[in-house]
Design a binder for this molecule. Structure first.
Ligand code: FES
Length: 156
């Protein structure tokens, strides 16, 4: 008996193109929206994890030597990690900014001529040699070659 009343009530609310939701309909719609949001939150990262990972050697990075003045540096990314290509009087050095402790991104402090890791206060000298804090090894020196006016980093 009560079901008939409720059904009749719902039908009546649809008349005239108006939709007046009752509590059950509202909760159903709300649960659907929350469920869809949850599915997106889980589904998008899951689908992204299916993206193929790079196999083999990473592609080399080419920089214009003219863009790196003597005493200066250029920043670029090789194999997913940022590095600095220094053009020093002693020669070129390409130093990865990935800390050898737990992989944080170290910062170049030009005024102190050193790399500082913000995570655990490790630091490296201007050549990337670990000098203080927990880093167990120097920063990675990336292989490079000079071809004309180009600096080609990696790919070896
Ligand atoms: S990650 Fe750099 S010092 Fe720990």
């Amino acid at each position: 008996m009560d079901e008939k009343k409720e059904t009749k009530e719902v039908e009546e609310t649809h008349e005239g193109g108006k939709f007046l939701a009752n509590r059950r309909q509202f909760l159903g719609a709300f649960a659907g929206i929350v469920g869809a949001a949850g599915a997106l939150q889980v589904g998008v990262p899951l689908l992204a994890s299916f993206k193929p990972v790079q196999r083999g050697k990473p592609e080399p990075v080419t920089l214009n030597l003219g863009d790196i003045p003597v005493g200066g540096f250029a920043q670029a990314v090789y194999a997913g990690s940022t590095f600095l290509a220094f053009n020093r009087k002693t020669g070129i050095e390409c130093i990865s900014l990935k800390c050898t402790h737990l992989g944080c991104f170290v910062k170049w402090e030009a005024d102190k001529e050193r790399f500082q890791c913000p995570c655990h206060d490790g630091w490296f000298d201007k050549n990337g040699v670990n000098k203080g804090g927990p880093p167990p090894a120097p920063l990675e020196l990336l292989p490079f070659k000079v071809a004309g006016d180009k600096l080609i980093v990696g790919g070896e």
